[in-house]
Design a protein around this ligand. Structure first.
Ligand code: IMP
Ligand code: MG
Length: 191
């Protein structure tokens, strides 16, 4: 099939509007490195990975399988982006953790830190719950638009330019999370 006819057949993986930034192989290699670091740093500790839904679900799934420790996972959902591409700074908890984190070592797992407004607010909320430690793992770091410059990302997948990206969990209005790579959207108006 030609690229054109694949498009007609509905392939999103070959959509010419996507420019691949990191492919599956590069992503997996990087996550293995992060997993090894976390495995070393958290040996002997009670580790909980807190995934921020929905964007970080794919990163969580790969990251947790690269950490060779006894760990648990939990999920939170917060709203920051309401279907658009601008951060408001208002964070609403849509789903809270299922279990207490008191005394546990927590790594918050995010898809991307952009302005940092969502994460800062979320970390403030989690800080008051008596965890032994709280660190942050973000698959992507987009430092240019950062407002919360004091926010420290302890485990970063890739640092990316100030472009809107989709795939590997990240969405545009809920779509494209299933792309197995991270891509820049060349023309957002054509999505
Ligand atoms: P922040 O509050 O600006 O740091 O926004 C964080 C959230 O915005 C992320 O968890 C994503 O859901 C979303 N976001 C930021 N940049 C992008 C992007 O390039 N593509 C898709 N979602 C993004
Ligand atoms: Mg998100």
């Amino acid at each position: 099939m030609t690229a054109e006819s694949q498009q007609i057949a509905g392939s999103e993986f070959t959509n010419p509007n996507f420019e691949v930034l990191y492919n599956q192989e590069q992503i997996q290699a990087r996550i293995q490195e992060l997993g090894k670091r976390i495995t070393r740093e958290y040996a002997g500790k009670e580790l909980v990975l807190v995934s921020v839904l929905k964007g970080s679900c794919i990163f969580l799934a790969d990251l947790m399988r690269s950490i060779d420790l006894n760990l648990t996972i939990d999920f939170m959902a917060v709203s920051s982006y309401k279907d658009g591409t601008k951060s408001t700074g208002d964070v609403e908890i849509l789903k809270d953790l299922s279990n207490p984190i008191r005394g546990k070592h927590v790594i918050v797992v995010e898809d991307i830190v952009d302005t940092g407004l969502t994460l800062s607010r979320l970390l403030e909320i989690l800080d008051s719950r008596g965890a032994a430690s709280i660190k942050l793992a973000s698959f992507l770091d987009k430092p240019e638009p950062r407002i919360k410059t004091e926010l420290q990302i302890d485990f970063t997948g890739f640092v990316i330019p100030n472009k809107f990206v989709v795939g590997y969990g990240l969405d545009a209005a809920g779509r494209y999370r299933n792309l197995p790579f991270i891509a820049v959207v060349k023309n957002p108006a054509e999505l």
